[in-house]
Design a protein around this ligand. Structure first.
Ligand code: 13P
Length: 341
């Protein structure tokens, strides 16, 4: 492992004013997104859509430090034959790769999931590195409900995350460690706080036991936020204050940066929360975004599968990237959204 190099990449991934584009939807997930805009989910359409994003030069150069790709995409070429990885690099952004293989039911734990893909991971990683990837992602999913999460699910997922992270570092890829506590339930913000605190404590303990160098990784957590069906809403300020307090209690200062997932928040909520946290300031790590839906919902809608809409889709993407770039530095305000509208 070359820790100096890993640290350099991790620091670049969370550089001021920039964040990560999570474009690593599996073919099943991107089909759901395409269904919503009535676009057929073919390999060519997936390629055209992602080519549109990665060739949005202003957004990429100014606000996107790295792109998480799905296995299919890392091997794909643009219409003109240039590998997609090359347009990402040309824009000064770092290609990354989702390496988990999704989730399976966790035996003995009804309703809970374990992320799979560790078998043969050591054989796959050097191929991704050779193809240009310099970081990887693994997502664990923890649901909140009656009697869940169980200790079994929290522990098994934290262990798998740590095994993955150690393997990545061994192969000189920066691991994005993503333990996602879902916001699907009716729980309030304090229950989310409690569960996320447990999950993060367990994750960092397993990272330590598996000898992961914290300077060479990025954490991708959820925010402390009420479940979507909760009757108790939380203000932007409450989400920001509780999330910062939670992270300060769980994430060692050696970690270069924290890049949030959006998890089903609206585009503007995801931006407002990130901005409010950075306005609090005085944090030991960089706080940025690694959004999927909150960066792509607008361009997907604008595109709707039509070539004549490519420019409009690219400007919708550039706008969200710029808003989130400002939020990374606590320089966003709601009227910037209105001005663009
Ligand atoms: P969302 O921002 O849509 O939650 O996606 C981020 C991600 O990469 C989930 O693994």
């Amino acid at each position: 492992m070359n820790l100096t190099e890993l640290n350099k990449i991790a620091v670049a991934m969370v550089q001021p004013g920039k964040g990560i584009l999570a474009a690593d939807e599996s073919s099943g997930t991107i089909k759901k997104r395409f269904d919503a805009i009535k676009v057929e989910c073919t390999e060519d359409n997936r390629r055209d859509y992602r080519e549109l994003l990665f060739s949005a030069t202003d957004a990429m150069k100014n606000h996107i430090s790295g792109v998480i790709l799905y296995d299919e995409t890392i091997w794909q070429k643009c219409k003109n034959g240039t590998p997609l990885v090359e347009i990402i690099k040309k824009a000064g952004s770092i290609p990354g790769i989702k390496v988990d293989e999704g989730t399976k039911p966790l035996p003995g734990c009804p309703g809970e999931l374990i992320t799979v893909g560790l078998d043969k991971l050591a054989d796959r990683l050097p191929k991704y590195y050779e193809q240009g990837a310099r970081f990887a992602k693994w997502r664990a999913v923890i649901d909140i409900g009656a009697g869940i999460p169980s200790h079994t699910a929290v522990h098994a997922n934290a262990h798998a995350l740590a095994r993955y992270a150690a393997l990545c570092q061994e192969h000189n890829l920066v691991p994005i460690v993503e333990p996602e506590v879902l916001m699907d339930g009716d729980h309030d913000i304090d229950r989310c706080y409690q569960v996320t605190e447990w999950v993060l404590k367990e994750t960092f303990q397993e990272l330590y036991f598996n000898r992961v160098a914290l300077e060479g990784m990025i954490l991708k957590p959820n925010m402390a936020i009420p479940g979507k069906k909760s009757a108790k809403k939380a203000s932007v300020q409450e989400v920001a204050e509780k999330t910062v307090r939670l992270l300060k209690n769980c994430v060692p200062a050696a970690v270069p940066g924290i890049a949030f997932l959006s998890g089903g928040q609206s585009d503007e909520e995801a931006t407002a929360h990130l901005d409010a946290m950075n306005k609090i300031g005085g944090l030991p790590w960089k706080l940025t975004f690694s959004y999927g839906r909150a960066l792509q919902a607008a361009p997907q809608k604008a595109w709707s599968g039509k070539t004549e809409n490519v420019k409009a889709a690219q400007s919708a993407f550039a706008h969200r990237a710029r808003m989130n770039g400002l939020a990374c530095e606590g320089r966003w305000s709601p009227d910037l959204e209105k001005k663009a509208a």
